[in-house]
Design a protein around this ligand. Structure first.
Ligand code: UDP
Length: 264
C-alpha cells in the first residue's frame, strides 16, 4: 500500500471512475507543476454526467482513469463521497480553476490557449481574463466549430502555450486532447466545458448563494430547459449512490487515507 503524500493526493473511485481528493489550492499547484514537466498532462473536471457516461462508455472511462488530475467539478460528487464515509476537500469547478490559474500565472511565464465555444466567444473570454488578471499571457483563441483538426493542432503548437483550455463539451474535449496530445506541444490540457460562454458574458453563472448551496445545476436548468435530458444523469447518479450501501465511492485500490490504520 502507498500512503498519499503532498504530490500524490488521495485518489477515490466513484462508480469505477477516478477522482482526486484535492482542494483548489492543490489543484492549481499540480497544474502549474505539470505545465512545466515534459510531456502532456490531461486534467479532467469531473461532473456526475461524466460519471454516468463512464458506466456504459468503457473507452471514456479509461480516458478519465488515465488522466493525470481529475477534480470534482460537480457538487454531487462531494455529496456522494460523504454518503460513503469519505470526503473531498471542496468543489473545484472548471471555471473557478481557470480563474485561479489565470490569477497565479499573471505576470509569469505560463500562457493559455483557449479552444472552444461559438465563434468569437473564446476571444471575448480571453479579453475578460486579461482585463481581470493584468499580465496574463493568452497566446491564442479558437472557436470550437472547426472542420479540420490539423490546422487547429498546428496553431496550438505554434503558439507555444503551456496550458490548453478546451471548452468543446464533454466527452469531445477530453477525446480531442488525448487524440492530439503528442502534437499540441502544451504541458497541460484542461477540459472546461461551457466556461468560455460564462467568461465572455454570453451566459450568466448562478448567483453565489446558489453555488454555495450546491444549486448551480438548478440555475443552469432554469436558464436552459433543453438540458433536462442531460441532467437526468444527476438523479440516476444519486440513485446508484443510495443503492450502493456506501460502496459507490471508495479509495482507489492501493492507497490508504492518512488517518486510517496501516495494514499489518
Ligand atoms: N461546443 C463547441 N463545439 C461543438 C459543440 C459545442 O465548442 O461542436 C461548445 C459550446 O459552444 C459550449 C461548450 O462546448 O461552449 C459546451 O458547453 P456545455 O455547457 O455543454 O458544457 P458543460 O459545462 O456542461 O460541460
Amino acid at each position: 500500500m502507498s500512503l498519499p503524500t503532498e504530490s500524490t493526493p488521495i485518489t477515490l473511485r466513484v462508480l469505477g471512475v477516478k477522482l482526486h481528493a484535492v482542494s483548489m489550492d492543490q489543484a492549481v499547484e499540480r497544474v502549474l507543476t505539470m505545465a512545466h514537466q515534459p510531456g502532456f498532462h490531461l486534467v479532467v473536471t469531473l461532473g456526475t454526467e461524466m460519471v454516468m457516461r463512464a458506466q456504459h462508455d468503457e473507452e471514456f472511462r479509461e480516458l478519465v482513469n488515465g488522466a493525470d488530475l481529475v477534480v470534482a467539478d460537480g457538487a454531487g460528487l462531494l455529496w456522494a463521497a460523504r454518503r460513503c464515509g469519505l470526503s473531498l476537500p471542496e468543489r473545484v469547478a472548471g471555471i473557478d480553476l481557470v480563474c485561479r490559474l489565470a490569477e497565479t500565472l499573471a505576470g509569469s511565464k505560463g500562457s493559455f490557449f483557449l479552444l472552444g465555444a461559438a465563434p468569437g466567444v473564446a476571444e471575448e473570454a480571453a479579453r475578460t481574463l486579461c482585463k481581470r488578471f493584468p499580465g496574463l499571457q493568452i497566446v491564442g483563441a479558437q472557436d470550437g466549430f472547426f472542420r479540420e483538426d490539423g490546422p487547429v493542432v498546428q496553431a496550438i503548437a505554434a503558439s507555444e502555450a503551456r496550458v490548453l483550455l478546451t471548452g468543446l463539451g464533454s466527452p469531445r474535449q477530453e477525446r480531442w486532447m488525448r487524440q492530439h496530445q503528442d502534437r499540441l506541444g502544451v504541458g497541460v490540457g484542461i477540459g472546461v466545458g461551457g466556461s468560455f460562454d460564462v467568461l465572455s458574458g454570453r451566459k450568466t453563472r448562478a448567483p453565489g448563494w446558489m453555488i454555495r448551496l450546491h444549486l448551480e445545476w438548478l440555475f443552469r436548468l432554469a436558464c436552459e430547459p433543453s438540458r433536462l435530458l442531460r441532467m437526468m444523469a444527476l438523479p440516476r447518479f444519486m440513485g446508484r449512490v443510495l443503492g450502493s450501501r456506501g460502496q459507490a465511492v471508495t479509495l482507489w485500490s492501493d492507497q490508504v487515507s492518512p488517518g486510517s490504520p496501516a495494514s499489518p
